[in-house]
Write a protein that binds this ligand. Structure first.
Ligand code: GDP
Ligand code: MG
Length: 764
């Protein structure tokens, strides 16, 4: 085996948002997350490309503007290029933004690693009418250049061929800085480094001459030598700020030598339009209201039972059309309005799952199966599973909209608007990206916080990420809100409003928590956040479908593994006593699960879903606890136990799933509206699922992690009890206001004292 040739490794390097991950996916057939947004990839990712004459490894690096280590991404990318010595670098250049992208190219050229330049987004460039003379650019750069489109696949074959042949050839670093005052000094330093056996001596020599602290630390001898050389020179314009001088020289060189390869034509018209759009969307006053309006539209399209606000006009009391009694009642909902596309899809699926459980149930009873076995299959397995699955359509619809917002480039505008507000809260705009990712899943979102340079800002962000309610929590929000609306008789169509308000509650809680942390235990410096706005793009169908496919696959896989096992266990523990005797549905309160549930139930009394719910109330406590494994479990548990609870007073109501299961439980326990809202809030804000907890533990220090667990428990408890107490007795709002006022005053006083003692130390 030994003699097998080592596989070549190719690294993808380029500016943020130039299409590295898209190319990575195109080369390797992977489905890594692509977003029209700088900073999506924070860690390197590996795959294998089999498109050429031999397979090679491909590494997707985070986006970088330069090889100077300013940001964590730049450190990762630079270390990879220098230390791991890939056989070739594909330098991806956004051809619609040639000059700025070439800045990085002028630095990559200085290493000894073979380079191929991939001019990406050729399709977009063509549309603008501009042209790049690929041959001329290649001659000037003295590197192979290929025009490609990572999205359409154009030029990728040629890129692969050129990469493979470049990878096998040796290359020496070249510099564009030949006409600067420092060039001779740099050449001298490079010779010294070469003698020391340092690879890519030219690159290191330039970085040392620039005064890069990391490089000077690593090459002390050469640095001392460089200092001696440079101390004799002063530049007219730059004094001895060599870094600025080099940057300037690079740009001058790019303008003089590479820009001629670009012929600009009619792009101005398109530019102007996108500038006009941006003036509205990122407007200081209009920006946020527009964002909220867009959010509402999305939630309405996904969750509303009263999509066209026609409830009342149609349906039960409607005068002109009624769906009652027709097939459409099941599809459009019985509220009388017309349901949103998301709800229609959900109803379609519910029709199928209902038919399946009905069929199975009938089949089992006519076959004379034992009662417990019927209960196990219909409630334990199907009830839990279908409860969770019933939310898949709406999850997919919601994520389709999020994906469109992200791909079009709009989300980057939102980050831009929020940056101003974020600064006031003590966060940089960079923290926005992981937070938005949190709406999908907390796990990658927590990993993404690595882009935050300040450790304390990072810890604070990791803590609040679960408050950006993830896809797995969505069933809790939708089912509880939907059930509350239909039980309490609020006119149909408000469920989407409640769902959206719960999302907003999570966001607001996150921001309040961040402010408090940044003013108390988590103080720290903010690094400047510079983000360029990406071009607006028509979202690609393929990309959107990929996102959704990923989401669906993950969801279904989880449903049939973790959730299924959990529901089966729950059914068993709720149907057996401590002596392992089977108890039927009506006597479920004698089961193991019930006795444990009743034990913890009082803890939740101040939150509105504890002892006040009576004998069956423990179901809420148990569901919240099972949610710690996976948040879908909350609804799955309801689906499994609802039929049993209902059976105690109405055995006809068997086999309830999803929203209906929660409705049944609300009726059976008599939980108050405030209690239901508090329950949603508690589940949303408390300790997240196992996977997220493990990620937080890996990303944070041990001590910080323990505090984080405490933080999640405390926040959820406080917020949920606030909602409940104010909801059932409005005057308690005054008590809460007083408590908060005292807390804020105490923080302010402590801060003032600490501040003045710090000033005294500074003065001494
Ligand atoms: P990364 O940050 O460099 O990894 O960039 P991504 O791969 O995430 O892509 C950024 C955006 O550019 C996404 O919206 C892609 O769909 C889009 N994109 C990437 N390559 C091309 C291309 O060749 N043509 C066009 N029109 N869009 C592209
Ligand atoms: Mg990427």
């Amino acid at each position: 085996m030994k003699e097998r040739k080592k596989r070549l490794t190719v690294a993808l390097a380029g500016n943020p948002n130039c299409g590295k991950t898209t190319l990575f996916n195109a080369l390797t057939g992977a489905t890594a997350h692509v977003g029209n947004w700088p900073g999506v990839t924070v860690d390197k990712r590996e795959g294998v490309c089999k498109k050429g004459r031999e397979p090679f490894s491909v590494v997707d690096l985070p986006g970088i503007y330069s090889l100077s280590p300013y940001t964590p991404e730049e450190v990762i990318a630079r270390n990879y290029i220098l230390d791991e010595k890939p056989d070739c670098i594909i330098n991806i250049v956004d051809s619609t933004n040639l000059e700025r992208n070439l800045y990085l190219t002028t630095q990559i050229m200085e290493t000894d690693v073979p380079v191929v330049v991939a001019l990406n987004m050729c399709d977009e460039l063509e549309k603008t009418g501009d042209k790049i003379d690929v041959k001329l650019l290649g001659e000037r750069l003295d590197l192979p250049v290929v025009g490609i489109s990572a999205v359409t696949g154009k030029g990728i074959k040629e890129l692969v061929d050129k990469t493979l042949s470049a990878a096998t050839r040796k290359r020496r670093g070249i510099s564009v800085l030949s006409d600067t005052v420092l060039s001779e000094a740099v050449a001298d330093i490079a010779v010294k480094l070469d003698e020391e056996g340092v690879p890519s001596p030219l690159f290191h020599a330039i970085k040392i001459a620039e005064g890069d602290s990391l490089e000077c630390e690593n090459h002390k001898k050469a640095a001392a030598y460089a200092a001696k050389l440079t101390s004799k020179i002063t530049d007219e314009t730059f004094g001895n700020d060599w870094e600025a001088l080099f940057a300037n020289a690079r740009y001058d060189y790019i303008t003089a030598n590479y820009s001629p390869a670009l012929t600009v034509s009619g792009r101005n018209g398109k530019r102007k339009l996108s500038e006009k759009i941006d003036r509205v969307l990122t407007n200081k006053w209009a920006g946020i209201p527009i964002f909220i309006a867009i959010l509402f539209a999305i939630f309405h399209l996904t969750f509303s039972e009263n999509f066209l606000f026609l409830a009342g006009a149609l349906g039960k009391n409607g005068d002109w059309v009624s769906f009652e009694g027709t097939y459409f009642e099941g599809l459009f909902g019985s509220s009388g309005g017309i349901a949103s596309p998301g709800v229609i899809l959900a109803n379609l699926l519910a029709g199928i799952t209902d038919a399946i459980s009905g069929g199975v149930s009938n089949g089992l009873s006519s076959a004379g199966t034992a009662e417990w076995a019927q209960g196990f299959v219909v409630d334990g397995v199907l009830g839990g599973l279908f409860s969770v699955m019933s939310f898949l359509p709406q999850i997919l619809v919601l994520f389709m909209f999020f994906s469109l917002l992200e791909d079009s480039g709009y989300m980057a505008r939102v980050a831009f608007i929020l940056d101003r507000i974020f600064r006031r809260l003590g966060l940089s705009g960079r923290a926005f990206m992981p937070m938005i990712m949190g709406f999908g899943c907390s796990v990658p979102a927590m990993v993404n916080t690595r882009t935050l340079a300040d450790e304390k800002e990072r810890a604070a962000t990791v803590r609040v990420i679960p408050f950006f309610s993830c896809g797995a929590k969505l069933p809790i929000l939708v089912a509880c809100a939907g059930a509350l609306v239909s039980v309490s008789g609020i006119a149909g169509g408000f469920a989407d409003m409640i769902t959206m308000l719960m999302y907003l509650l999570g966001i607001v809680t996150a921001f309040v928590a961040v402010v408090i942390m940044r003013k108390t235990t988590m103080r720290g410096e903010l690094t400047p956040f510079i983000m360029e706005l990406p071009n607006y793009r028509r979202p690609g169908v393929k990309n959107t479908l990929l996102h959704l496919w990923d989401k669906a696959k993950h969801f279904v896989k989880k449903a049939f593994t973790v959730i299924l096992v959990s529901t089966i266990l729950i059914w068993f523990f709720s149907h057996f006593t401590w002596n392992w005797n089977y108890v039927p549905d009506e006597r479920m309160n004698e089961s193991i699960l019930a006795s444990v549930g009743m034990l913890v139930q009082p803890i939740f009394t101040p939150l509105g879903f504890g002892s006040q719910l009576g004998v069956n109330g423990w179901v809420f406590a148990v569901a919240a606890v099972t949610g710690l494994i996976a948040k879908e479990n909350v609804i799955a548990t309801f689906g499994t136990l609802a039929a049993c609870v209902v059976a105690t007073f109405n055995p006809d109501l068997m086999g309830e799933e999803g929203i209906e299961a929660v409705e049944a439980l609300i009726t059976a326990t008599g939980i108050s509206g405030a209690g239901v809202i508090s329950y949603i809030a508690f589940n949303m804000l408390t300790v997240p699922c196992f996977a997220a907890v493990a990620t937080a533990k890996a990303e944070l220090g041990k001590k910080s992690f323990r505090m984080t667990l405490l933080f999640w428990v405390a926040t959820s408890y406080i917020v949920a009890s606030m909602i409940y107490t104010i909801g059932v007795a409005w005057w308690s709002a005054f008590i809460w206001a007083a408590v908060w006022a005292i807390a804020i005053t105490v923080i302010a006083i402590i801060n003032k004292k600490c501040g003045s003692s710090r000033r005294r130390i500074a003065a001494a």
